[in-house]
Design a protein around this ligand. Sequence first.
Ligand SMILES: Nc1ncnc2c1ncn2[C@@H]1O[C@H](COP(=O)(O)OP(=O)(O)OP(=O)(O)O)[C@@H](O)[C@H]1O
Ligand SMILES: [Mg+2]
Length: 263
Amino acid sequence: MAGEERNIKLKIENVKKIYNSRNGEMVALNGVNLDIAENEFICVVGPSGCGKSTLLNIIAGLLEPSSGAVYCDGKKVEGTGTERGVVFQQYALFPWMTVKKNVMFGLNLQGIKGKEAEDRAMKYIKMVQLEDFLNHYPKELSGGMKQRVAIARAYAVNPSVLLMDEPFGALDAQTRTQLQSELLETWEKEQKTCFFITHDVDEAIILAQKVIIMSARPGRIKEIVDINIPYPRTQETKMSPEFLDLKNHIWGQVYQEYLEVRK
Ligand SMILES: Nc1ncnc2c1ncn2[C@@H]1O[C@H](COP(=O)(O)OP(=O)(O)OP(=O)(O)O)[C@@H](O)[C@H]1O
Ligand SMILES: [Mg+2]
């Protein structure tokens, strides 16, 4: 038991979230329980509005649960922390800073300055292929490019947990495939725990060790699907019978929840 406990990186314990919206109280999450092991790659899918971003923001410490708690390395989450890096659904860059300065921002906050900060920033700017845009400002970039800066910024501070909210949603298919491979490489090399939200079932299966299917609002965990396909996973993986079986199953489950929302 004690051994198992040590391996849990994130513990989500009976998390409930009620928003006070203009239509009165709105239960966004209703009793979410989930243990995420160290270095585990989790993808979360579910219909729009089921509470995925809410859950991510609670894990990030940006939002407080109405009841229940999240623990990271056994410590209760009560605010943000540098061990938990976030990539938001909508790119959140500082408009007054260049690409390079945006990526260096978190490093400077951690006290990493000068050449080391520049080298680290450059490594990740190259990874997202923006080395020709170092001195551009966000307003001079396309949506996909801004999202790539946000990804570089999150990776650069080397958090042990990466919380990613549809990070590749705005990207073209080629860049998306490229960044999926880069993410898997980073994950295997640097040992990170990943919590990744996506609407794309193919993306979830290519990336994850476990896919979490959330129910329609109020969000709960409907099913946890183990993805036992060995890494590295490639484009060919998407043609394999096991991939297609998983895709059918997950897609069907999410679609059922989507129909619930439409009722
Ligand atoms: N600040 C807020 N105040 C009131 N209600 C909110 C707030 N933020 C989110 N909600 C509501 O909570 C529910 C869950 O929202 P959330 O953004 O977590 O969904 P989601 O699963 O991430 O959806 P999507 O897939 O569209 O991004 C929605 O019904 C939304 O309207
Ligand atoms: Mg969302």
